[in-house]
Design a protein around this ligand. Structure first.
Ligand code: ZN
Length: 71
């Protein structure tokens, strides 16, 4: 019995993955890049197109000046 338990050892999962950016819920804050620019552009990665209409993809917000991924 104990040998079987050892064979199928359950590994306890760690904590939840930390969010990329800590945010205060319900409160807006300016999105400023580390380079100091407050200008940002929204891009989508891996966007698909169906019947001439774009769909899906991963939204990404980048700094308009240096191109650093902000969100
Ligand atoms: Zn920047």
């Amino acid at each position: 019995m104990s040998e079987e338990l050892n064979q199928f050892k359950v590994i306890e999962g760690g904590g939840k993955p930390k969010p990329y950016r800590k945010r205060v819920r319900g409160q807006s804050e300016p999105l400023i890049c580390k380079c100091g620019s407050a200008a940002s552009v929204e891009v989508r990665l891996g966007r698909m197109i169906r019947d001439g209409k774009p769909e899906g993809g991963t939204k990404q917000i980048r700094c308009a000046d240096c191109g650093t991924v902000l969100i």
